[in-house]
Write a protein that binds this ligand. Structure first.
Ligand code: SF4
Length: 370
C-alpha cells in the first residue's frame, strides 16, 4: 500500500489543484490516451480539481474498444470451424461484431475458451493436439510482447497447432493518425504501461508538432502532476517528453520485451473500430514466425471497410471529439450489461467509465485525507 497511499495524498492534490488554478492561463484540451487513465480521472473526480480552462478528453487507448467488428467477425468465423478452438480474453467475448459476439457464438455451440494469458492458449494447444488453437490477440505494446513470447513458447514445444489471430495495435501509428486529423489538442498524458515497453522515442512525432507529452502513472497524484507539467510546458512554449512515471518507465523502455516483439512481429496495416484503416498500426507474425498467422493458415481476409453501428458515436469519442453523454444511446439503449458499441464493453472503455463514474455515478474519491 505504500506507493498507493503516497500517490493519493489529499493535501498534495489540493496543492497541485491550486497551482493549476494559478498557472493555467489559456483554454487547453489535453488528451489522456490510455483507458486506465480515463478510469482514474473519473473515479477520483480529477476534472473537478481542474480549472475550467483545462478540458480533458479521452483517446483511443482501450484495446477492446478499438478492435474492429471485422476482427470480431473473423474470430467468430474461426470459432465455428470444427477443427478450431478459439481462445480469447474474457472481456473480448462480449464485444459485438457485425453478426453478434463471441459470447453468443459460444452459447450457440462454437468452441470459444476464455484464457487469462497467451500461455494459457499454448497450454490448450498442447493438451488438445487434435484441434487447431487460435489465440485472439488484442492489445497495444503492453501485451504484444507476451503474445510474441507465447509464439516462441509454442515453437519451443514443437506445437504445430497454435496460431494467432492478431488484432494487436500500435501506439505510434495511431498518434500519427490523430495528428494528421488536426484534432484540437494541446498536450498528451501518455500511457505509462505502454511506454514502459516502448520507451519515449515514439513521442517525438508529438513534440515535433509542438505538443507537450508527459508519461504518467495511474494514481490521482500521478495524473494531476502530469497535467501540471503539461500546463507548465505550454506556458513556457515548450514541447518536450517528460516521464512522471519514473518509478516504472525508463526512456529506452524494456529492451528485452522490445526484442521479443520485434523478433516475432512486423507492422501491418490494421483496421480500428470507428477510425478505419491506419497504416502500419498492427502486428502480424512474420519471418520465421509467419506460420503462426491464423489468417494465412485459414485463408481469412480481415474486411478493412469498418462501418460504425447506427447511433453509436464511438468513432468521435475515440478521436477525442465527443464525450459519452453526447451519445443519445448512452445509459438508455447502451449500458455495460447490454452494450451497443465497443466503448461500453471494456472496463477501460470511455463510455463504460463514464457510466460508472461520471458525476452522480462517481464513487467518493479514495484520496487519503490530509
Ligand atoms: S454510449 Fe454506447 S452507443 Fe453511444 S458511443 Fe458509447 S458505446 Fe457507442
Amino acid at each position: 500500500m505504500k506507493y498507493m497511499t503516497e500517490f493519493r495524498d489529499g493535501r498534495i492534490a489540493e496543492k497541485i489543484s491550486a497551482a493549476l488554478a494559478v498557472e493555467s492561463k489559456n483554454n487547453v484540451r489535453i488528451m489522456e490516451f490510455c483507458g486506465g487513465h480515463t478510469i482514474s480521472l473519473l473515479k477520483y473526480g480529477i476534472p473537478d480539481l481542474l480549472p475550467e480552462s483545462i478540458e480533458m478528453v479521452s483517446g483511443p487507448g482501450c484495446p477492446v474498444c478499438v478492435t474492429s467488428k471485422a476482427e470480431i467477425d473473423a474470430a467468430i468465423e474461426l470459432a465455428w470451424r470444427p477443427d478450431v478452438m478459439l481462445a480469447s480474453f474474457g472481456d473480448m467475448i462480449r464485444v459485438p461484431g457485425t453478426k453478434g459476439s463471441l459470447r453468443q457464438a459460444k452459447a450457440e455451440g462454437a468452441d470459444v475458451r476464455i484464457v487469462y494469458s497467451p500461455d494459457d492458449a499454448v497450454r490448450l494447444a498442447k493438451e488438445n493436439r487434435e484441434k487447431k488453437v487460435v489465440f485472439f490477440a488484442v492489445g497495444f505494446e503492453t501485451t504484444a510482447p507476451v503474445t510474441a513470447s507465447s509464439v516462441k513458447l509454442a515453437e519451443s514445444l514443437n506445437l504445430d497447432n497454435y496460431f494467432l489471430l492478431s488484432a494487436h495495435k500500435t501506439t505510434p501509428a495511431i498518434l500519427a493518425a490523430l495528428l494528421a486529423e488536426e484534432i484540437n489538442l494541446d498536450g498528451f498524458v501518455c500511457p505509462g504501461h505502454v511506454t514502459a515497453i516502448t520507451g519515449t522515442e515514439m513521442y517525438g512525432i508529438l513534440t515535433d508538432a509542438g505538443k507537450p507529452c508527459v508519461v504518467s502513472g495511474f494514481e490521482p497524484l500521478d495524473i494531476l502532476s502530469s497535467i501540471l507539467s503539461i500546463v507548465r510546458q505550454i506556458n513556457r512554449g515548450a514541447a518536450e517528453t517528460e516521464i512522471e512515471y519514473s518509478r516504472i518507465v525508463a526512456p529506452e523502455g524494456n529492451l528485452h520485451a522490445r526484442r521479443i516483439m520485434e523478433d516475432v512481429f512486423r507492422p501491418a496495416d490494421a483496421v480500428w473500430r470507428g477510425l478505419g484503416v491506419v497504416p502500419a498500426s498492427g502486428f502480424k507474425p512474420s519471418g520465421d514466425y509467419r506460420r503462426f498467422n491464423a489468417c494465412e493458415e485459414f485463408g481469412i481476409e480481415i474486411d478493412m471497410d469498418e462501418k460504425e453501428t447506427k447511433g453509436c458515436i464511438c468513432d468521435s469519442i475515440l478521436r477525442g471529439l465527443k464525450k459519452p453523454p453526447d451519445c443519445k444511446l448512452f445509459k438508455t439503449a447502451c449500458t455495460p450489461e447490454d452494450p451497443v458499441g465497443a466503448c461500453m464493453v471494456s472496463d477501460e472503455g470511455t463510455c463504460s467509465v463514464y457510466y460508472r463514474f461520471h458525476r452522480a455515478q462517481r464513487v467518493e474519491p479514495e484520496i487519503v485525507p490530509a
